[in-house]
Design a protein around this ligand. Structure first.
Ligand code: SAM
Length: 233
């Protein structure tokens, strides 16, 4: 769990800045924004487009379908985001990046902030990665139409690790992947529903027995569903 209480700074480079309302307005993340635990700084490449149509995309050299995000406006937006949040890494969302893990989220949560660059169309001019991006991040082996949803996945996962954001600080520690295992099963009222009963150990009040049961369940689930997390042998 991260302990620093200075606001975490997200710099966001996106052609669709309004889409971040899904992160900024609702639930745990919305509360984190409202309470000043995180700040958002938005930069729209369209504001840096040179021509009067504010064009940010063009046809690909070599031909082929679709449009490509142009280097000048995107790089100018990244540079403006860096001025607002100096010293934080620039991460481009991309299906070709390193696949996102909880470990990577934990590393990023310890930084003062992150600049997240969302692509659109067929993708971004390759020179943007060379000149303005430190890391690339994929949220899985599938293709989205834009990076904004992927950026919000990263933002949500970081935000819930920041101190004071989750109601009970222990909950992030017990979550799947934090201790290298999947989480144990959870139950709440009623005790019996359509023939399915809550395991009796959870009703007995023996906290050591409950801890033991949860650990066993977490291990069994991980072995069954994600043996790769337990390593070889
Ligand atoms: C249609 S995609 C471009 C895909 C690109 N032509 C390719 O095949 O690598 C447009 C944008 O969506 C975002 N995106 C798509 N899939 C993603 C994924 N799995 N993880 C992170 N970002 C993704 C990236 O920002 C990307 O620039």
């Amino acid at each position: 769990m991260v302990q620093d209480l200075t606001p975490y700074r997200f710099g966001l480079v996106s052609l669709l800045p309004d889409s971040f309302a899904a992160y900024a307005r609702y639930g745990v993340t919305g509360r984190a924004v409202a309470e000043g635990r995180v700040t958002l700084h938005l930069e729209n490449p369209r504001d840096y487009a040179r021509n009067r149509h504010r064009t940010v995309d063009d046809r690909p050299y070599g031909g082929g379908p679709g449009m490509v995000l142009m280097v000048e406006p995107v790089l100018a937006a990244i540079r403006a985001a860096k001025l607002a949040s100096p010293g934080v890494p620039v991460v481009a969302l991309s299906p070709q990046g390193e696949r996102l893990t909880q470990r990577r989220i934990e590393t990023w949560a310890h930084l003062p902030g992150l600049i997240l660059v969302s692509g659109r169309y067929e993708g971004m001019d390759e020179r943007i990665y060379t000149l303005g991006v430190d890391e690339e991040c994929s949220i899985g082996d599938y293709v989205l139409s834009g990076g904004e949803l992927a950026a919000m996945v990263v933002m949500d996962a970081i935000t819930r690790l920041l101190p004071g954001v989750l109601g009970s600080p222990g909950s992030a520690v017990a979550d799947s992947f934090s201790a290298g295992l999947l989480d144990h099963p959870h139950y709440t009222r009623p005790e019996l529903f359509e023939g399915l009963a809550v395991p009796p150990v959870l009703l007995g009040g023996d906290h050591r027995a409950i801890e033991r049961w949860r650990r066993e369940q977490a291990l069994a689930r991980t072995r069954e569903r994600r043996p790769d997390l337990l390593g070889p042998g």
